[in-house]
Each structure stands twice: as C-alpha cells, then as structure tokens.
Ligand binder design. Structure first.
Ligand code: MG
Ligand code: MG
Length: 253
C-alpha cells in the first residue's frame, strides 16, 4: 500500500505543477494515466461501477471536480480551467494488488478569499482527523475532529459521501463518517463507528466540505456530485495506516 500510495503522490506532485488556467481536465487525466501506467500500475477509477443500477461505469483515470462540484467529476476536453477556479483531483491506483487513494483541491491562479479559506479549513480538517487516528481511539473520534474543525470555521461537512476502509479494494468496510451522527442513526446505519482503531488498519480519510449547505445533488451524467446550493466545495484525502504511534500517511512522497 505504501508503494501504491507513492505512485498516487507522484501523480499529485505533477498535478500541482500542471494545474493552471487554459488546461483542460482531459489534459490532467491523460497526464495522470501516463504516469500511473509508467509504474505498471492500474488507474482504478476506469470502469468503476456506478452506484445506480444501469448507470454508466466511470470513464477516466481521474475524478476532476470544479468549483461547486465536490467529487466524481468526469474529465473533459470541454472543461477548461480558468483563473479563480477550484479543481478537486482524485487519484486512485492499484499496484501489485493494493490500492492508494488520495484527493486534493487545487486553486487555479488567484482564488477569492472564501475559496482560500475553504481550502485551508478542509485541509486542516483532514489533519485534525488524522491526529485522532490512533490505536485505541474510536472511529467516531476521527469523525468528531473533522466535523468540529469544519463547523468552527462556519462551513459544512458533506454527509452523503464518507471516508472508507481501503486495501485490496478501493472501498472496503467500514464506511467512516466525517461527522458525528445522532445515536439512533449511528446504531442503525453505521455500527462500525464505535469500533476501536487498531494497528494495521488502513483507510482513506477524506473530508468533503461545502461553503454553504452540506446538501449535494447528482448531475445528469450519473457521476458528478455538486453542492445543492451551487456554492463552492473542497475535498482533501489521504490513505493512512494505523500504527502504534501516529497514523502513517501512505499517499505521500
Ligand atoms: Mg479518492
Ligand atoms: Mg476515497
């Protein structure tokens, strides 16, 4: 998973220097696929099944989501980045049977104050969650740290999409909320939230944070998820491993 994670991080390092006004999201996708395949790794998003029956599988190596889009945006020649945009880039790689998964939101040129603050707070919330990802803590401790960081800043954590276990498959048990559900909801829907973290567990911690309401909507392409109110969203994700000390970030160079 470390090796898979390093390839994902390598892709992000290239994204960070390539994202600029005039570049299309299809350009980013082509570059990412080239890098991933150069390591004999597989871009795991291509062909990923749609959550909806009969929905189309995902057609690209990257998810590229612009401004009010938070996740699962489809790269396109027609989507040209412009100054002031936010673009969230999600990378998933399968290497020697193991998965690395990391998403990052990049500013295009100069972005406005709210966008800057949203980026800072969303990334902070990832690190706050990670700081609680300690053996002996419960999943809910991670969720709480993420949510508190976001809400203290006046933003909202997305609820319909979550963090998740990861390993040989991209999405493994458990589903990990980025917020604390009320007790009845938690017991009914998310029984794993009270489980304790233990060394060797690996998961993808990925707060998605909206400037306005937490509500989202699925676009007609059956993939792209946008904020319901049209306001900005940001997404920061690392694949991490629980150890006897601090969590190890696997999707870094
Ligand atoms: Mg991801
Ligand atoms: Mg993920």
């Amino acid at each position: 998973m470390r090796s898979a994670g390093r390839i994902v991080a390598e892709v992000h390092a290239h994204m960070a220097t390539t994202v600029q006004a005039g570049v299309t999201t299809a350009d980013l996708d082509a570059l990412a696929e080239k890098i991933i395949r150069s390591y004999d790794a597989i871009p795991i998003f291509i062909g990923y099944p749609n959550a909806k029956d009969g929905g189309p599988p995902f057609p690209a190596s990257l998810c590229t989501s612009i401004n009010d889009e938070l996740v699962h945006g489809i790269p396109s020649r027609r989507r040209v980045l412009k100054n002031g945009d936010l673009v969230s880039i999600d990378v998933g790689v399968l290497y020697k049977g193991f998965v690395g998964d990391s998403g990052w939101t990049y500013p295009v040129g100069q972005v406005n104050d709210e966008a800057q603050r949203l980026l800072a707070v969303t990334e902070d919330s990832l690190w706050a969650g990670l700081a609680q990802a300690l053996a002996g803590n419960r999943f809910i401790d991670v969720s709480r740290a993420v949510q508190e960081t976001v809400e203290r800043a006046g933003f909202a954590v997305v609820r319909e999409y979550t963090s998740h276990g990861v390993g040989r498959k991209m999405h493994e048990e458990p589903q990990i909320l980025n917020f604390v559900p009320d007790r009845s909801e938690a017991a009914r829907t998310y029984p794993a939230m009270n489980r304790k973290l233990a060394p060797g567990m690996t998961f993808a911690l990925e707060p998605m944070v909206n400037a306005g309401s937490w509500r989202t909507q699925l676009q007609d392409d059956q993939w792209t998820v946008s904020t319901a109110d049209g306001r900005l969203s940001a997404h920061f994700e690392h694949t991490i491993a629980i150890t006897n000390g601090e969590a190890e970030v696997l999707t870094k160079l």
